[in-house]
Structure formats: C-alpha cells, structure tokens
Ligand binder design. Structure first.
Ligand code: HEC
Ligand code: HEC
Length: 451
C-alpha cells in the first residue's frame, strides 16, 4: 500500500507530498498502529520515504558534491562565463548564448519583479552580467555559481539536473518550470567544456593536447556526452563519428536492474560512478573492473577503480546515495499527451508489439525492459558492438521505453543512429526478419509514441 501511495510523490508536487504525509490516504490508523509505526507516520517507512524523496530531490537539483573544485578550480569555466568585464576571460556568456548552449532557466527561482521585467523586455539577455544575476538567484538548472563578498563569480559546480532535467518552456523557450528526470537533449556539454580556459588536466588525463580535447568534445553535439571517454580514451567510432552517447532520461527507473545503455550497473552504482568520475565530486568509488589496463587504460592509469576522499569526513557523495536513489525511483515516466499519437493506430500497434513484431520479448510491459538481467549482445539486436565493448559486460541493455515521447530529439538507440521511430522499426523488421507491412510499422510507431 505504501508503494501505491508514494507513487504520487513521483509527481514531485509538494502538495501531493504533504497530503501523502499527513492523511496517509491508503491506510487506516488501525493498520498503521498494527504495523507498529507511530501514528503520525513520521517515524515509519512512509515518513522515511517522504523525507528521502525530499532530500534526494535537493541533491539531484542542487548538490555539486564539491565538484566546483574541478569545473571552476581546475577548468576555470567560471572565468569564461563571467567574461573579462567581470573578472574572467573573453566575452563572457550572455543568457542568449547560455540558452543556445541548451542551458535552462528555472522560472520558479526568479523573483516576481524579475519575471515582470523579463516580460516587458527590460532584461538585457545579451549581457553576461544578467547570466551572473541568474546564477546568484540559483536559476540556471544544474549549475551553481559561487560568489565572493564583492559579488564576483569565483567558481561554478554542476549537478545531476544539468543533463537530466529540462524545463517546460512555460515562459519562453528554455525558461520554465523544472521537469526533473527528463533528458536535456538541447544541452551542448561538449561546447560548454570546450569554452573552459584551461583543459590541461583533461589533456593530461587523456594523454593528448588541449586542442585535441577541444576537437573531441566539440564533436559531441547537442544532447550527447561521452561517459566512457575518461575510461578508455576512445573518442571516435570506427566510422569516424563521435563515440558520445545521447543523454538518457533519469525517470521510470523503478523495478529495473541494469542501467546505462550498456548495463554498467544499478541506479546507485551509476550515481556513485557519475558523481565521482564524471562530475568530479569528492567521494568514494570502488569498481575493480576498471583496473583493467587493456580495456580501460585511462581509468586504470588514473586509479578510477579505487577512488578515496582525503578523509572519511571529506566524502560528500556516499552519504547522499540512498536519498538520491529513492528520488530517482520515485520519478515516474510522464504519460504521453493524447494529441501526440493516434489512439486507434496505437491500439493496433500494442497488439503487434506483443505479437507479430515480438518486441515484448525484450521490452516486457509495464517495465518495457526485462525483469532480471536485461542485457543483450550486439548481434541479438543487429548492430555493431563498438559501444558494448566499452563496458564491462560487452552487452547492450534493453532500453525501458516509457516516456519515449519526451526524448526523440537527437534520435534513438545509444548514439542516435536512428533518426525516427520508423527507422528503428524498419531496422528491427529487417534484422529480425519480422515481415511487417508498411501499415503495421506505422501502427507500431504510434504505439511507441503513446508510451
Ligand atoms: C554531463 C551530463 C550528465 C550529468 C551531469 C549526469 N549524467 Fe547521468 N547520464 C548521462 C549520460 C550521457 C548517460 C548515459 C551513459 C551511458 O550509457 O554510457 C547517463 C546515464 C544515467 C543513468 C542511467 C539511465 C538509464 O537509462 O539507465 C542514470 C540513472 C543517471 N545517469 C543518473 C545521474 C545522476 C543521479 C547524476 C548526478 C549524480 C547524473 N546522472 C549526472 C549524462 C549525465
Ligand atoms: C533482443 C531484445 C530486443 C528486442 C526483440 C527488441 N528490442 Fe528494442 N532494444 C533492445 C536493446 C538492447 C536496445 C538498446 C539499443 C541501443 O541503445 O543501442 C533497444 C532499443 C530500442 C529503442 C530505442 C529507445 C531509445 O530510447 O533510444 C526502441 C524505440 C526499441 N528498442 C523498440 C523496439 C521495438 C518496436 C521492437 C520490436 C519490433 C524491439 N525494440 C525489439 C532490445 C530489444
């Protein structure tokens, strides 16, 4: 019962959380007392779940895990943002430029006065000083600015929300209410990294020049990031295209075993991985699989298999993993709006999905991935194994398909190789010899859009 009740928390509306907490709609007081929990629920499992969701949301949205030491301290990215007029270097980053890079502005963090001024066109969106004001207001999704007493930007750090949240564009494109868990397919991580004045640390790690680092990250393009680059140093696929993968959503993860496109591990495994190795937060990370110098030369040389903080008290990640996991598991995949797909066609597509097209063999409803060990070889899905070979198990994980309608931008499959759902289906039709007619392929596509 608790599970059903707290699914509502996944909507992340504080009103829903309060009612869940206070009236415990699903359970009678007798049941609560009988289960030995305090009458106000605050001391029981439900109260703890609610607290963890709140705490995890805070971490997901606002915690840098101390990674400002890297993004500001090592790369000097804050100096490129501030620009030479504000104690930094270069022209600075205006809000217009930031939005073009795919960064999002949290409307709810802005004062009424600011919103009014924005509406009247009284805010200069071409002035980097405006970006600094937005950072001071904590309004840039996924980025925290650190300022000194004189108001000068001294560092920046990043959060999970940078890549795994977007906004609903309620005010204007790129400015709106937060949508946690949604993949930000506009975000040009590579261009942002390339703007950092000092990439020598990354160049040293990869054993290449800073110019090469810039070429590599500039090749990623919007909506992509290469989490494996810093393990194996492979920047490009054999066909010369970037080895980066699309940013996936971080919602709809509950009930699912393997995460990432290649099934590196569970949600808490990957959260620890990312916070330590990709965001460069300060914490502890252990995975002896990365000590393999043949497969993961960069990781093995850098000791990524066994990362320790300077002292146990200095660990700013490990203590947050529990709440972060609970929050992610509570983020449900958003339902597709009715006007996004043809209902009759989708109903026919549903039957095909479980029948003739044989999709449900792997994408098992309602998880749309396999309960159990949800990985397959490249041959099973008819593609090359380049990306699979960059992971410990050399497999591809069956992608959970719910909320598919939110991340079509950039294409489908780990590297966006299929531009449309029709292309994905045509691929399966051919690779698995399904013999689907054009009408059946179209119905299947409508079903996928409805998930
Ligand atoms: C710079 C962008 C970026 C940031 C920041 C980031 N991620 Fe990710 N995340 C990605 C990419 C890209 C992948 C896919 C990696 C792969 O498959 O190799 C991913 C994968 C994931 C997955 C697996 C999703 C699935 O389909 O199984 C989870 C969960 C996740 N990230 C959570 C987090 C959390 C929690 C944080 C903060 C601690 C975080 N990420 C920070 C880009 C990012
Ligand atoms: C043998 C297991 C298997 C079968 C059968 C299968 N899939 Fe998949 N599916 C996968 C795997 C593994 C991936 C991840 C591929 C990647 O990212 O490179 C995937 C990815 C996808 C994606 C891309 C999701 C995204 O976010 O990019 C879609 C869409 C999809 N499958 C739909 C289908 C449909 C429709 C069918 C039936 C015609 C089907 N699948 C049959 C295993 C399977």
């Amino acid at each position: 019962m608790g599970a059903r009740m707290c699914a509502a928390i996944g909507l992340a509306a504080s009103a829903a959380v309060v009612s869940c907490n206070l009236d415990g709609a699903d359970r009678t007081d007798e049941e609560v007392t009988a289960s030995g929990e305090a009458a106000n629920h605050g001391d029981g499992a439900v109260g703890r779940a609610v607290r963890l969701v709140h705490e995890g949301r805070r971490t997901f949205r606002f915690d840098t895990f101390g990674d400002e030491a890297f993004w500001g301290g090592t790369l000097g990215l804050h100096r490129a943002i501030a620009g030479s007029d504000h104690g930094g270097v270069g022209p600075g980053v205006s809000p217009t430029t930031a939005l073009a890079l795919g960064l999002k502005v949290d409307l709810d963090a802005l004062s009424r006065r600011t919103v009014r001024a924005l509406r009247r066109g009284e805010v200069d969106l071409d002035d980097p000083a405006t970006t600094l004001a937005l950072l001071k207001a904590d309004a840039v999704v996924g980025i925290t600015g650190f300022f000194d007493d004189g108001g000068q930007l001294t560092s920046i750090g990043i959060q999970c929300a940078l890549c795994h949240s977007t906004v609903d564009d309620a005010f204007a494109p790129g400015i709106g209410h937060r949508l946690d868990g949604w993949a930000n397919r506009d975000l040009n991580v590579g261009a942002i990294v390339a703007a950092a004045p000092d990439l020598s640390a990354v160049a040293t790690l990869l054993g290449v020049s800073e110019d090469t680092v810039r070429t590599v990250v500039n090749a990623w393009g919007p909506g992509k990031f290469d989490a494996e680059l810093f393990l194996d140093g492979q920047a490009f696929r054999p066909d010369g295209k970037t080895a980066a993968t699309l940013i996936p959503p971080a919602f709809g993860m509950a009930g699912i075993d393997g995460h990432t496109y290649t099934g590196w591990g569970s949600v808490p495994y990957w959260n620890a991985f990312v916070a330590n190795l990709e965001m460069h937060g300060q914490g502890t990370f252990y995975d002896p699989r990365l000590a393999d110098a043949t497969r993961f030369p960069v990781a093995a040389a850098a000791g990524f298999d066994d990362v320790r903080p300077p002292s146990p008290e200095a660990d700013r990640i490990t203590g947050k993993l529990a709440a972060l996991q609970v929050y992610q598991l509570s983020l449900d995949a958003p339902r597709a709006p009715r006007d996004r797909f043809d209902r009759a066609a989708a109903a026919r597509g549903r039957a095909l999905f479980a029948g003739k097209a044989d999709c449900a063999r792997c994408h098992v409803p309602p998880l749309y991935t396999e309960p159990g060990w949800n990985r397959h070889t490249a041959a099973e899905i008819g593609i090359d194994d380049f990306q699979a070979r960059r992971s410990p198990d050399v497999h591809y994980r069956t992608t959970p398909l719910r909320g598919l309608w939110t991340h079509g931008k950039g294409g489908y499959y780990h590297d966006g190789r299929f531009a449309t759902l029709n292309d994905v289906i045509a691929h399966y039709d051919q690779a698995l010899s399904l013999g689907l007619t054009a009408a059946e392929r179209a119905d299947l596509s409508e079903f996928l859009k409805s998930l």
